[in-house]
Design a protein around this ligand. Structure first.
Ligand SMILES: Nc1ncnc2c1ncn2[C@@H]1O[C@H](COP(=O)(O)OP(=O)(O)OP(=O)(O)O)[C@@H](O)[C@H]1O
Ligand SMILES: [Mg+2]
Length: 246
């Protein structure tokens, strides 16, 4: 198993944002993670990346227990993520933003610049390498966020709503980008509210509701399950969807 959460819980005071999650990410897959707002998806990502230390349970990467490691150490092992709210350094150029990621693998500025330029080309931001990051719109910022993560040369990339706020055309372009990242040998976990993206990209889907995993399977099967429909739309809709009188 590439990345594994074993019995991970994350409590904020008495509130459990993630409750006993045991989820394994297989090498080479695209795993979708879905669930209504507040289900605990971003909190779960934070536990995987070390941005939060789980209250209970453990995180394993390629068999190694990484629960006690900070984000930089996990990134060095090959775990990268994009943030739901892009972590853009506004006053810096696109290139400099991506170099921050590249410095994880090299101490040489020239080498970091080369690597960053290659990644910027790869995500389609080539013409914008030298402009200020603050001049980018939403699609540019989402790509920059992915570029910074890619520059760390991850084995697994966690994308937290990398396509939120994009137009349908931009979403299609972002899907192509995710496919090309996957084709380069990077395992992906994607959190996305746009169901079309999940159905198009994910081979397997885990559904979160109130911090717990309520379903796990192929996108087609999972989205038909009554518990899942109920989590999104409530009991009445779930009954209606299954032909009972509401
Ligand atoms: N640092 C924190 N302190 C207290 N509560 C928190 C904290 N971070 C998250 N929460 C709460 O934990 C729950 C899960 O939040 P989380 O952001 O993980 O949900 P999500 O599934 O990513 O939602 P969304 O789809 O809206 O991004 C929410 O009720 C949220 O308010
Ligand atoms: Mg979130």
């Amino acid at each position: 198993m590439l990345l594994e959460a074993r019995g991970v819980s994350m409590a904020f005071g008495s509130f459990k944002a993630v409750d006993d999650a045991t989820i394994a990410v297989r090498e080479g897959e695209i795993l979708g993670l879905i669930g209504p707002n507040g289900a605990g998806k971003s909190t779960f990502f934070n536990c995987l990346t070390g941005d939060l230390t789980p209250t209970l349970g453990s995180v394993h990467f390629r068999g190694q227990d990484v629960t006690g490691l900070p984000p930089e150490a996990r990134a060095a092992l090959g775990i990268a993520r994009s943030f739901q709210v892009p972590l853009t350094f506004e006053g810096m150029s696109v290139l400099d933003n991506v170099m921050i990621g590249a410095f994880l693998r090299t101490a040489s500025t020239a080498e970091a610049r080369d690597r960053a330029r290659r990644v910027i080309e790869r995500v389609g931001l080539g013409p914008f390498a030298d402009v200020s990051a603050s001049s980018l719109g939403t699609p540019g910022r989402k790509r920059l966020e992915i570029a910074r993560a890619l520059a760390t040369e991850p084995r697994v990339l966690l994308l937290d709503e990398a396509m939120a706020g994009l137009t349908p055309t931009e979403v299609r372009q972002a899907i192509d980008l995710v496919r090309s990242i996957h084709a380069s040998g990077i395992t992906l976990v994607i959190v996305e509210h746009i169901m079309e993206v999940i159905i198009t990209l994910a081979e397997r889907v885990v559904v979160f509701h109130q911090g717990r995993e309520i379903a796990n399977g192929s996108p087609a099967v999972v989205t038909r399950e009554s518990q899942v429909i109920e989590a999104y739309l409530g009991k009445r809709a779930a009954k209606a969807a299954h032909g009972a009188t509401p």
